[in-house]
Design a protein around this ligand. Structure first.
Ligand SMILES: C[S@@+](CC[C@H](N)C(=O)[O-])C[C@H]1O[C@@H](n2cnc3c(N)ncnc32)[C@H](O)[C@@H]1O
Ligand code: SF4
Length: 448
């Protein structure tokens, strides 16, 4: 505990490193300028991942920091789907004919609030634009409190291969404090429906560090989760950032567990899920050994992306919708964030790129160093030098600096760097040491 404290685990606010550089370093003048060229430059035969953002929810949960807006009617959603279709057409026109999609993920917000007709329209347009690769996977974020059975059946019939279900915590007291009521029975019935309709894999999202969570209440949630037997879990630390997400002002701050109590909750979930046969993946995911993520980890194919960890082989991600981020071989491009600004850009230009980042050669190296720490907690100088032969000196310097700073928590190894298992929770802090940007801390969540 002392070493964790000494290295800042209980005080630091650092990026989650779902991208490098983190999105707060994207620049306003990039997006529009580079987007068209980067789309046109994708080689024939490429595989891409597709992310579609649906920024609407019928109720806004107080804890949620995602980019979304409340709506009582489906009217703005229907208009938004039309804009999405126009954006898909404009992007598709710039891509080579033979491009294939390796992953399709609908996220939000709440994609399951779409009327089945609107969902069909959207999926028709996506599948008409992009053929599917051989290991294609189709996933959708599902709010079990907003999941019409007809829509679930429709998704299953359209080939949904992974349902990503938001749970957070089953304790009624915690749920009342975070503005999200969702019973175990309701969740189970959505899950049963999906499974009986033939959806083969299910992910759950849980949160630790929520108000009124105690080791006992959390254990009950985890036991209930185990009964539902998800294939994969993401267990995130609750990011309390009311200056970013105003609705979090409804959360009673005095009921939030302190940093050490948060860490204990994270450790509790690690013990319970690894004890139940799940493989730990990176800092906050767990997967059954036959799940794609666990297989990718064993085969050293694990990667970091905006959903956390992925086994997606594609190096290009195209994001559609307000605030969606695309990843190209040469950098990032984020669409205009507000729905009105996004729609206006699509109407005038077809594309909605707004801000972004052009990667320099050195950024690619730092990205790889950070990804290796976040995925495997280690840096292997031989593999790094083979991948970046011109950067041997920088690699050596970076390793040397890590060694000087983290000698007491690293596996003894004269050449490389590896965090010992009991200190892997420090991965984000170690990654931050590799980061070339002097990041302001206010934009980020706690390290644990
Ligand atoms: C984009 S949300 C969509 C979930 C879906 N609409 C639902 O309600 O189930 C995806 C996940 O982000 C995570 N999330 C949202 N707000 C968060 C916060 N403040 N801190 C950490 N994770 C958060 C939650 O675990 C949530 O399930
Ligand atoms: S958790 Fe889901 S339903 Fe709740 S506000 Fe966030 S995106 Fe909307």
């Amino acid at each position: 505990m002392n070493l964790l404290r000494r290295h800042g685990l209980f005080d630091a606010s650092v990026p989650r490193y779902t991208s490098y550089p983190p999105a707060n370093h994207f620049q306003a003048d990039v997006g529009r300028k580079v987007q068209r060229g980067w789309l046109e430059a994708l080689p024939d035969g490429s595989e891409v991942s597709i992310y579609v953002h649906i920024p609407f929810c019928k109720r806004l949960c107080w804890f949620c920091a995602c980019r979304t807006q409340g709506t009582k009617t489906l009217r703005p959603v229907t208009r938004y789907i039309q804009t999405l279709c126009a954006e898909i057409d404009a992007v598709r026109a710039l891509l080579p004919e033979s491009i294939k999609m390796s992953r399709l993920h609908l996220g939000g917000g709440t994609p399951t609030l779409l009327h089945p007709d609107a969902m069909n329209t959207l999926l028709d347009r996506i599948f008409a634009a992009f053929g599917t690769a051989s290991d294609f996977e189709f996933s959708v974020e599902i709010d079990p409190t907003e999941a019409n059975p007809d829509l679930l059946d429709l998704l299953a019939n359209r080939g949904l291969s992974r349902a990503s279900i938001g749970i957070q915590d089953f304790s009624p007291k915690v749920q009342a404090a975070i503005g999200r009521e969702q019973s175990f029975e309701q969740t189970k019935s959505v899950l049963d429906r999906l499974r009986s309709a033939g959806v083969p894999r299910v992910n759950f999202d849980l949160l630790y560090g929520l108000p009124f969570q105690t080791p006992d209440s959390y254990r009950q949630t985890l036991d209930q989760v185990l009964k539902l037997a998800p294939n994969r879990l993401a267990i995130y630390g609750y990011a309390h950032v009311p200056w970013v997400s105003k609705r979090q002002m409804m959360i009673p701050e005095s009921a939030l567990p302190g940093a050490e109590a948060r860490f204990a909750l994270a450790e509790q979930s690690r013990e319970i899920f690894t004890g139940a046969g799940y493989d730990p993946i990176g800092i906050d995911h767990f997967a059954l050994p036959d799940d794609g993520l666990a297989v990718a980890k064993r085969e050293y194919r694990l990667r970091r992306n905006f959903q956390g960890y992925t086994d997606d082989p594609a190096t290009c991600l195209i994001g559609f919708g307000a605030s969606a981020i695309s990843r190209f071989p040469d950098g990032y491009c984020q669409n205009a964030a507000a729905t009105a600004a996004y729609s206006e850009r699509v109407e005038t230009d077809g594309l909605a790129g707004h801000r972004g980042y052009e990667m320099a050669a050195r950024d690619h190296l730092i990205e790889r160093l950070i990804e290796d720490i976040m995925c495997y907690f280690r840096l292997d100088p031989e593999a790094l030098t083979a991948a970046f032969p011109d950067d041997a000196r920088i690699i050596k310097e970076k390793l040397f600096r890590l060694w000087r700073r983290y000698r007491d928590i690293a596996v003894p190894d004269k050449m490389g760097f590896e965090l010992t298992p009991e200190f892997q929770s420090l991965a984000r802090i170690v990654a931050h040491q590799l980061d070339d940007f002097v990041a302001g801390t206010a934009a980020h969540s706690r390290a644990v």
